[in-house]
Design a protein around this ligand. Sequence first.
Ligand code: PEP
Ligand code: MG
Length: 585
Amino acid sequence: MTFSVHGLAVSRGIAIGRAVLVASSRADVAHYFIDATKTAEEIQRLRVARDAVSEEITRVQRDLPKDAPHELSALLDVHLMLLQDEQLISGVKHWINDRLYNAEWALTTQYEIIARQFDDMEDEYLRERKADLEQVVERMLGFMKGVASPVLPTPSTGGRAPRQQDLLLDDTMDVPLVLVAHDISPADMLQFKQSLFVGFATDVGGRTSHTAIVARSLDIPAVVGARSASQLIEQDDWVIIDGDAGVLIVDPSPIILAEYGFKQRQGELERQRLNRLLNTPALTLDGQKVELLANIEMPDDTAGAVSVGAQGVGLFRSEFLFMGRSKLPDEQEQYLAYRKAVEGMKGLPVTIRTVDIGSDKPLDKLAGRTQDGQLNPALGLRAIRWSLADPPMFLTQLRAILRAAAHGPVHLLVPMLAHGSEIRHTLSLLDFARAELDNKGIAYGPVKLGAMIEIPAAALTLKLFLKYFDFLSIGTNDLIQYTLAIDRADEAVAHLYDPCHPAVLRLIADTIAECNAQGKGVSVCGEMAGDTSMTRLLLGMGLRSFSMHPSQILAVKQQVLRADTGKLQRWAQEVLASDEPAAML
Ligand code: PEP
Ligand code: MG
């Protein structure tokens, strides 16, 4: 039966595919298709893992001290029994043989199916056995992680639009897949960059949560904040993800499929039309030059930025080098990553933002610096506060950035500053990092210095900031969050997360005007910069530098080409004076 689930539209386009339900904790499990000739080997890999875990449990059981409670041994019996469970084994074989999933993916897929059955059980004792099954599966996954897969991943089908015949070929591996999860961390989302999924949907998250931002950077349709989607949708269901409307349509009828197939083709045509603007300079009708920059998460993203004609990187979120790993990157690793980004931009400037860890971008638990238990992480030890609290870590990053600046133009951007003391502390550490490099005779280059304006306190003390910095970059995602006291990652208050609130617009307009008056550079690097419905207003406020995901650059350029800044300037003043600015856009 067809039904729909509503959420928040975060990444445009239509995806049609079968649902793959992924538990948040297992998003980092490898997902790839194996070669059809290798299914026996893949099943053997699982068998080996199962036998090894069985042996381990048997050994532990044998070595239990005599006075160990009887329940302990009984529990291990349950684990041994679960390892032999027919439903688990036959299900896993099905995913490997019929769908060509790799062993880990097959195992977690089948686990999700059985776990749901446990959830539905009346009997509390039986319900609790889910935790045992989970432990057994975790052990097998752990074992397999340490064992190199004999089967190399085959190229994925990721990114391509599903063909109509895919929808008819029910049981082949060439079926497009959409990922459905309760939640996915930004770091795990990033792992899906090269993956086979053509769309994403999660239960939680707001439009500018970092998971949504990464989904947008993948440039495939995504919906977040879809509440109970991962409960309502079942493994293997056909799902349409409408990333423009923020809707999921489950088990669509042929008529609905045909309609969305049409929309999908329209979207594709629109993209092709936009591609024609690639070599057109970003000039307004009245001849104003507008700079269109790219936001990136990883050095390799520069290729995508260059391919759409980005004039530089306006925001390299360096924290993605730090997340999803057990050990923080050292100076050399960071230097090589920043240098790669600099070289990738072929002489165009790269704005590297110092690490913005915290809030919805936590470090891996194994990195030993978790911030569990912080009462309010968005207001806690995040971004520059976290960096200043750990000077050796921060100096390592500063040295790496300075060294990368020897290879091309680098701008150094500092996130979440609010206090004069933080500014001065940051600058003194930067001097210290330079002195350290001088003492060791290590080459480094000049950097332009910028501050993010993402806390209202910063937007209200611009003179202080402009005394120290060469340019400012407005982080509208956080500026909205902190101005309106709305958690940007919380779907429950997503309807109040309003980029057009008069207070937000006032802070943005004043920041742009003050920078322009003082001849300092100013750009917007929050999601607002890539939102085509805001381009005219930002131009009218005097903004001439926009930084966004590469996938948005041509669409924003189209708006720029149609704009007359003289007219927009007068109109923007009216919008700013209005009680209902959104109604005027
Ligand atoms: C912002 O806050 O607008 C911004 C660009 O930074 P981030 O989204 O990484 O917090
Ligand atoms: Mg921010």
